[in-house]
Ligand binder design. Structure first.
Ligand code: EPU
Length: 420
């Protein structure tokens, strides 16, 4: 199993181009199930979750061509599509459930393994199933599998999600794109990745219109046309790199994303003392010498502060001058990085869904364990400012969603190497 060896402290300086968004590319790849014609996707990050999704599409018998740099993917249909999603794949990536809507909508049936929980929480799929049922999908759960059918195809309906869910919104948008008639989805998640999915589907001929802040109208079409689409940049990677500059007191130009998309995060970084200059699809961030604390940060659905940056922000606040509090409101168990940060010297107290971060921590290098994607990258940030050597084990968690992160960070001055 690969590990990272990181020597600190280091200060970073230079330019970084961020990769395409994993969480936008995943539902877009799932949506290619709706197509009979080829689809070409550019700016797809070469990370493990994307490889898992491509393996799944291959398992469904789609044909896939990958460019030399691995970032352009062309997906072709084959005559013999398989509509079975095995446990062996779903257990490695819960997000594979977003294929259910596409399979049932296009092929009228699917057998899908029921996804299990994961390190950050139980992550049920009740909103996905309720919405697809309202679109006409019938299903039974037997021996850990969902047996789903829609013999005469799906039919549009009015659906209001009880709670905002990224995955359930994506599954329903994909399913409704080929359903008969009009679907109105209310109380949708409006993460930028969802807007990228609707932009992708609309450019292929789907009839999708956002008619309210969290309301989307979809009028089903019979088929989608072949397209070539460029996936948006990764906002969580952008935020992570901005925090790398802030925590090391470094200077970084980060290219590849419209800064308006991450306004909430950038405003918080400014509160900690960083200076930010805005450009077109880029920012330049100057980390402060003294990091200021923030009284309270609450994770919230977009446009609120993202749970996917909670661990990285917590690491930054460990180095701030006073006490900060972070409330995690999206996942019930997303504090696994806390114990590892404490190994380095962090003073953090957990109380229900809140982390009370004392600040002024002096980190000293230690051996650390990755537990999930964002927790692992938080440890990388911490190790970059810890005195001495840190070893981060199980970086395969990190490889799920960050493309060549060690190369990118090394180029701007971090002392990081991968050991196999
Ligand atoms: N939920 C339910 N029932 C459902 C669906 C969700 O109770 O049917 C609950 C979840 O348990 C959670 C909350 O609703 O407490 C929000 O879950 P959501 O469905 O919005 O999350 P997701 O679709 O499973 C995506 C991202 C996550 C990101 C969350 C929140 C992808 C592939 N995953 O997950 O990304 O944290 O939205 O923004 O897009 C990551 O990239 O590290 C990651 C975990």
């Amino acid at each position: 199993m690969d590990k990272f060896v990181i020597k600190g402290p280091s200060k970073i300086k230079g330019d970084i181009r961020i990769s395409g968004s994993k969480n936008a590319a995943l539902p877009i790849l799932a949506a290619t199930l709706l197509f009979s014609k080829p689809v070409e996707l550019k700016n797809v990050p070469n990370v493990r979750d994307i490889q898992t999704m491509l393996n799944l599409l291959r398992f469904f018998k789609k044909k896939i061509k990958i460019s030399k740099n691995k970032n352009t993917i062309k997906i072709y249909n084959s005559k013999k599509i398989r509509t079975y999603l095995p446990y062996s794949i779903s257990k490695t990536m819960r997000g594979s459930i977003i294929c259910l809507g596409g399979l049932v909508s296009k092929y009228g049936k699917a057998i899908s393994a029921y996804p299990g929980g994961c390190a950050i929480g139980t992550r049920p799929i009740n909103y996905h199933l309720d919405a697809l049922k309202k679109l006409g999908m019938k299903y039974e759960i037997k021996k850990g599998y969902i047996y789903a059918t829609a013999k005469n195809g799906l039919k549009g309906n009015n659906i209001k999600f009880k709670k905002i869910s990224v995955g359930a919104t994506e599954n329903s948008i994909i399913a409704a794109s080929l359903a008969k008639g009009k679907t109105i989805l209310k109380n949708c998640a409006i993460e930028p990745e969802i807007k990228d999915l609707t932009k992708f589907l609309s450019s292929a001929g789907a009839n999708i219109k956002w008619i309210g802040k969290r309301t989307v109208q979809i009028i089903g079409v019979q088929k989608l046309r072949s397209i070539n689409y460029t996936v948006m940049g990764d906002r969580i990677e952008t935020g992570t790199m901005a925090i790398a500059a802030a925590i090391t007191g470094g200077t970084l130009k980060i290219k590849g994303l419209d800064p308006k998309i991450i306004n909430t995060e950038l405003e918080l970084l400014k509160k900690t003392g960083s200076i930010i200059k805005y450009g077109k699809n880029e920012i330049k961030i100057f980390g402060a010498k003294k990091i200021k604390n923030i009284k309270l940060i609450k994770t919230k659905e977009y446009p609120g502060f993202p749970t996917d940056l909670q661990a990285q922000f917590m690491t930054l606040l460990c180095k701030a001058e006073g006490r900060s509090v972070i409330a995690e409101n999206i996942f019930e168990n997303r504090f696994m990085h806390v114990l590892e940060l404490q190994r380095l010297g962090a003073k953090i107290l957990l109380k229900n869904n809140k982390a009370i971060i004392e600040g002024n921590s002096k980190f000293e290098g230690a051996e650390l364990m990755s537990s999930d994607l964002r927790a692992s990258v938080a440890l990388v940030l911490a190790a970059m400012v810890a005195k001495g050597t840190s070893i981060i084990h199980r970086v395969y968690h990190l490889d799920r969603g960050y493309e060549k992160i060690e190369d990118k960070l090394r180029k701007v001055g971090a002392r990081i190497k991968r050991v196999s």
